[in-house]
Design a protein around this ligand. Structure first.
Ligand code: NZQ
Ligand code: ZN
Length: 386
């Protein structure tokens, strides 16, 4: 196992009565920005529950955070925070709302052009951000228990990450009942996103990390097991709970400790969302098969381990790694997620070349656990996703 430091201060309150405990975790004297998205929280009782929990505390609402939270929209929310001297952000939604809250928490206290936080990937240290509390409505990203965020800027076609130990939510409330109103498409996205988070921290190379590999494999196996149940028409609380906690565990920092990490699939996927607006999880299902086929040589051992331990393939075949990638692609397809860019009615003229050029300009010349995925390889990977 590699050396590591692990820090995660987020308190999780999980279960059917989680939302009734919000009030006890909101300081009385703080004043709140109640941040949410396009209104789904008004269709499932979450909005009413949160308003009730806020009680007499001072709060101002800001709604309309879009999927892939948009910088220009968030700047308006920064103004609301500053004008009203708000001291705490209460984010109610999925990854987009929670990521938006993290940007606001940092930008509200940042002296300067807040785009720097993203463009220069400035880490937000404890004390340099407003406190954040979250009520999760969509299991997928684990943003409710990590310190990262991804923000889009449509005017420039950029989608960039930010983070820092100052951005862990204080408390996150996870009630699987909120998943009842999720469209199947979002549930499938959640599974595919969390699944790929595990792959990014698992399909690298072997460092003798038995426990970490078991963590990764058990999350993948749980997602395989619950996927048909959460995607069926019949509501299943137990399956919803398993999915919700699996998604949080996939990216709360734990399984990536002591092992090499990749994140190349995400880096390339973000460019697809930035250019074509395709949902985050779907971009991962498009990129991952091609990415792993390109890197078959260096990832062979872990791919084979994944094939045998998670996908139930037989060891001993000389083409086991290739069969594993095929089975992974079939799993994404079993969620009704298309795995080719051409399935999404986009015209990818010159797209592979453009991304390769952007990565060169940004100095992203060595992605992956070996830092050897150069812009030429990115181009080659993207040429195969059509
Ligand atoms: O906006 P509303 O009306 O709330 O509707 C949302 C949105 O349209 C809807 N929704 C959420 N909960 C619902 C619901 N609809 C019905 N019932 C509910 N209970 O779902 C739609 C998608 O929501 P969104 O928050 O965009 O989805 P997700 O959680 O998948 O977040 C995606 C964003 O997170 C980023 C992605 O890049 C993307 O921008 N990520 C964040 C990460 C992190 N912070 O660690 C890591 C990830 O890899 C990812 O990059
Ligand atoms: Zn993701």
């Amino acid at each position: 196992m590699l050396n590591f430091e692990f820090y995660n201060p987020t308190k999780i309150i999980f279960g059917q009565d989680a939302l009734s405990k919000i009030s006890a975790h909101l300081p009385e004297n703080d004043s709140y920005l109640l941040l949410y998205g396009g209104g789904s929280i008004k269709t499932n009782g979450v909005y009413e529950a949160v308003i009730q929990q806020l009680g007499n505390r001072k709060y101002v609402e800001f709604s309309g955070v879009p999927a892939n939270p948009e910088y220009e929209v968030l700047l308006q929310a920064v103004e609301v925070i500053q004008q009203n001297k708000l001291t705490h952000i209460l984010a109610v939604g999925g990854g987009s709302v929670i990521d938006g809250a993290k940007f606001l928490a940092a930008a509200a206290l940042y002296q300067g052009d807040s785009w720097d936080i993203l463009a220069n990937r400035l880490p937000t240290l404890p004390g340099n951000a407003l406190p954040i509390t979250t009520v999760l409505t969509l299991p997928a990203t684990a943003s409710e228990m990590n310190s990262g965020a991804v923000i889009s800027r449509r005017s420039t076609g950029e989608k960039l990450g930010m983070g820092g130990a100052g951005l862990f939510p204080k408390t996150s409330f996870l009630d699987p009942m909120v998943m009842k109103t999720l469209p199947k498409k979002q549930i499938a996205n959640g599974i595919a996103d969390a699944y790929t988070h595990v792959l990014e921290q698992y399909i690298t190379y072997q460092v003798g990390s038995v426990l970490q590999d078991f963590f990764a494999e058990s999350i993948l196996k749980t997602l395989h097991k619950v996927a048909p149940k959460v995607l069926s028409d019949e509501w299943n609380y137990e399956a919803a709970s398993e999915m919700m906690w699996s998604c949080t565990m996939a990216l709360n920092g734990l399984i990536g400790k002591g092992v090499p990490q990749d994140w190349g699939v995400h880096a390339i996927g973000h460019e697809i969302t930035a250019t074509y607006g395709i949902d985050h999880a779907r971009t991962l299902a498009i990129v991952a098969p091609s990415y792993y086929r390109e890197l078959l040589g260096s990832k062979k051992e872990k791919l084979e381990q994944y094939g045998v331990n998670v996908l139930g393939l037989h060891s001993g075949s000389s083409s086991l790694a290739e069969k594993t990638i095929d089975a992974m692609e079939e799993f994404f397809q079993s969620l009704a997620i298309k795995t080719k860019l051409s399935d999404y009615e986009v015209v990818p003229d010159g797209f592979a070349e453009k991304v390769s050029e952007i990565f060169t300009q940004r100095g992203w010349t060595g992605l992956g656990e070996h830092k050897n995925v150069n812009p030429e390889m990115v181009k080659s990977i993207l040429k195969k996703v059509y």
